[in-house]
Write a protein that binds this ligand. Structure first.
Ligand SMILES: Nc1nc2c(c(=O)[nH]1)N[C@H]1C(S)=C(S)[C@@H](COP(=O)(O)OP(=O)(O)OC[C@H]3O[C@@H](n4cnc5c(=O)[nH]c(N)nc54)[C@H](O)[C@@H]3O)O[C@H]1N2
Ligand SMILES: Nc1nc2c(c(=O)[nH]1)N[C@H]1C(S)=C(S)[C@@H](COP(=O)(O)OP(=O)(O)OC[C@H]3O[C@@H](n4cnc5c(=O)[nH]c(N)nc54)[C@H](O)[C@@H]3O)O[C@H]1N2
Ligand code: SF4
Ligand SMILES: [Mo]
Length: 700
């Protein structure tokens, strides 16, 4: 039998949908001998990943091409999802949310966004909430991700851009302090920068309660007790000052607030810090002296430090270290808040956050309101005020102040702390619409589900962890009836009588408006265009005009506060938000595994990734396991004051005896967030994710 000639298929040029490195790649279709089509991803040269890909990027196309993609709008009728038209979906959303707003006020509807959205969709979601819905309640999953580091950067430096310098400076620095960051599993393609540093003789200190791929390269691993990072930073700075390793000239000329910090640290005793953090004084001294004596040094923090009730202040304590030693604004010296999601950086700059307007402008600042209202062609008085943080929006669903919700790019019933209560809140809504590629745990609860495009189909810009804006072109036609997020937002805005303010035919037109809306703001994108992005392969913000090259290293001469100086602040040495006690004798922390991404909606649908970790586990030290009669690989129940999760045990010497570790990539009974504490940081409203008092027991 004659075989039909197979079409020659072009490679799809794209970038990874997962973490903040945003590795560029080609996805290459290949015809197998059987005639079936298969895909292979190959890294493409670019400045951040230098052509590398991790296992998630290599297999991302598996979820995008999965048969489980939702390809047409769905409505829940008699408890079952049925296919409907886009027209019916949009009409239903408008009718139901409109009714709620008429009966209970505009603020009875909330909007929940995400850090995977392109800048264009995130910007439009913020505009949609303020200009079409007119609600104050909009926030996004980045609240759980970057809010502590972002607010700390704004307060200390006057600007929040993930990395203050280029990745290429990492191998050149003399000392690296990596705090609560597991780059080896979470930004794997950046590891070669750190390995190279090691090879070059850089002294590497890692602070983490357990051994990870990242602690494996450490010269000094400080196995901190969860929730005590601020105290540790205070201890480090105290030793530094005792050893006179501070940079007095830098402090005098470029900072404010040092006297308070110095006076505060005089009252701090190193033995108390050692007791609180579980780290011996010798190691604290060793780390402080290594960082203080090094001619150049960089500090990186991530969620291990930040997802605590004092996340903002814990980061400030590390920024005190950076500033006291003057290790910033010159080659090989700087700070990095390691951003999480693909567009975690851009997603927090253009108006998805409760208190922000595009360009990092503030919704409560009259001049900022006036400027953005001018761009949008509305009266500034029409713009609502600031709303509340992501978890607080969930509390408002429980109290029934919020009765309708639109979720775009998040799976909140799995990723919020105290997930059991959050599920109740979302179930009590009168109407829930979710836009997703899949029936996530949250989408399962929705009245209407909107099918959206994946990274392979959706064109737009994303800003990576360096603060570099990248253009991701569409690489494949849109499947089924899926639509881009910005497209259906425009359709919906029309039903609120705002058609003229939401008429775009291409993502680029939205970006053109974003450029103007961000102009003169802290995150100024005015000088960036699609054309430049195509030519220059990425541009750092701020980029205030078309011939500006973009800012590669920040703070060389001045900080972004009006007096040009950075701000130090005295930080308290808090104990964990919830201490272990007789009922809940262990501390549980949580985080990530290499093959999965966040709540796992995408990676659990990729066979190659899913096979690498098929179920959730709890890491437990052998002596703790013996004490609680837990065998390796056995099912266990873990209880906290919020709820109970059921997991398989993984006995390991790598973890502190008083600590358990649970990944966050599963829902249902395996969801770690059934246990987590919704106590919020008073400054940035980050939940105290990373420490909960728990009890463990065998299943039977
Ligand atoms: N494979 C993978 N990569 C990802 C993601 C993913 O889901 N999977 N998610 C992306 C996103 S959105 C984010 S935000 C980033 C997160 O990146 P990271 O913040 O690096 O990831 P986590 O695993 O949450 O936490 C980092 C480390 O903090 C440690 N830790 C826990 N408690 C404490 C503590 O109290 N103090 C200190 N010092 N350390 C502590 C944990 O043991 C863990 O090793 O990763 C991004 N990359
Ligand atoms: N216990 C604990 N909880 C945590 C954390 C932790 O460390 N510990 N980390 C927190 C952090 S840092 C984060 S970032 C959050 C993340 O938590 P979530 O916001 O729940 O993140 P995802 O699992 O990525 O959910 C994103 C959803 O959006 C869909 N999606 C992807 N791309 C698009 C798109 O372009 N458009 C639309 N409409 N949908 C899209 C995906 O299919 C998926 O269902 O979790 C937080 N929760
Ligand atoms: S998950 Fe991150 S490191 Fe891995 S390929 Fe994707 S962007 Fe690159
Ligand atoms: Mo995140």
């Amino acid at each position: 039998m004659e075989r039909k000639a197979l079409p020659v298929l072009a490679a799809m040029s794209t970038q990874c949908p997962f973490c903040s490195v945003q590795c560029k790649m080609n996805v290459i279709p290949e015809t197998l001998p059987s005639g079936r089509l298969s895909y292979r991803a190959e890294g493409k040269k670019n400045a951040a990943s230098e052509g590398r890909l991790c296992v998630k990027g290599m297999n991302a196309h598996q979820h995008a091409l999965s048969r489980e993609r939702i390809l047409y709008p769905l409505a829940k009728k008699d408890g079952e999802f049925v296919r409907i038209s886009w027209e019916e979906a949009v009409d239903t959303i408008a009718e139901r949310l409109g009714t709620i707003q008429r009966e209970h006020g505009r603020d009875a509807v909330g909007v929940y966004g995400g850090g995977s959205l392109t800048n264009e969709s995130a910007y439009l979601l913020g505009k949609f909430a303020r200009v079409a819905l007119g609600t104050r309640y909009i926030d996004y999953n980045g609240r759980f991700c970057m809010s502590a580091a972002a607010s700390a950067g704004v307060k200390a430096f006057g600007i929040d851009r993930g990395l203050t310098n280029r990745l290429s400076e990492i191998p050149e620095t003399d000392c690296l302090l990596l705090v609560g960051t597991n780059i080896a599993e979470c930004q794997p393609t950046l590891m070669p920068y750190f390995n190279k540093a090691k090879e070059n003789g850089t002294y590497i200190i890692v602070v983490d309660p357990r051994e990870t791929g990242t602690t494996a390269i450490a010269d000094l691993h400080l196995k901190v007790r969860p929730g005590t990072d601020a105290a540790l930073a205070n201890g480090l700075l105290k030793v530094l000052l005792e050893e006179r390793l501070e940079d007095r000239l830098f402090l005098r000329e470029r900072t404010n607030g040092f006297e308070d910090v110095e006076a505060h640290l005089e009252r701090v005793r190193l033995e108390d810090i050692s007791e609180l953090t579980g780290i011996d004084e010798v190691s604290i001294r060793k780390a402080a002296i290594a960082y203080g004596r090094a001619a150049t040094g960089m500090i990186f923090t991530a969620r291990g430090v930040e997802q605590h009730r004092d996340g903002h202040m814990a980061v400030r304590a590390y920024l005190n270290l950076v500033l006291a030693t003057g290790k910033i604004g010159r080659p090989g010296c700087g700070y990095g808040a390691v951003t999480g999601q693909g567009n975690g950086q851009g997603g927090r700059e253009h108006g998805q956050k409760a208190d922000q307007l595009p360009g990092y402008r503030l919704i409560e600042n009259p001049a900022d309101r006036e400027y953005v209202a001018g761009v949008w062609g509305v009266d500034p008085a029409e713009l609502p005020g600031k709303g509340v943080s992501a978890y607080e929006m969930m509390e408002l669903t429980i109290s029934r102040d919020i009765r309708g919700m639109l979720v775009m790019g998040s799976n909140p019933i799995v990723s919020n702390p105290n997930a059991g209560a959050v599920e109740e809140g979302l179930k009590s809504l009168e109407f829930l619409a979710v836009a997703d590629m899949f029936l996530s745990e949250t989408a399962e609860l929705a009245d209407i589900v909107l099918p959206v495009t994946s990274y392979l189909e959706n064109e737009g810009t994303l800003t990576n962890l360096e603060g570099r804006v990248l253009l991701r072109e569409a690489a494949r036609p849109v499947p089924g009836e899926a639509r881009h997020d910005w497209q259906w937002l425009c359709d919906l805005a029309e039903r609120w009588g705002r058609k003229e303010k939401f008429s775009y035919f291409h993502a680029e037109e939205i970006f053109e408006e974003l450029r103007i809306a961000s102009r003169g703001g802290v995150a100024d994108y005015y000088g960036i265009t699609y054309e430049r992005l195509r030519k220059e392969e990425g541009i750092y913000w701020p980029c205030p005009d078309l011939d500006h090259p973009g800012m590669k290293r920040l703070f060389e001469e001045r900080f972004a506060h009006s007096d040009g100086k950075a701000q130090l602040i005295a930080v308290g040495s808090l104990s964990p938000g919830e201490e272990a006690d007789g009922d809940y004798p262990l501390l549980m922390t949580n985080g990530r595994l290499l093959p999965h991404y966040l709540t796992g909606v995408q990676t659990r649908r990729s066979p190659a990734l899913s096979a690498r970790a098929i179920e959730n586990v709890v890491e437990i030290h052998p002596s703790t396991a013996r004490r609680y009669r837990v065998e390796d690989g056995a099912l266990v129940r873990i209880h906290s004051r919020r709820g109970t999760a059921v997991l398989r045990s993984k006995v390991t010497n790598g973890i502190r005896e008083d600590t358990l570790f649970i990944p966050m990539h599963w829902g249902g009974v395996q969801n770690v967030n059934l246990l987590t504490n919704p106590l919020l940081d008073p400054v940035c409203r980050m939940p105290d994710f990373k420490v909960s008092a728990v009890r463990i027991e065998p299943w039977s």
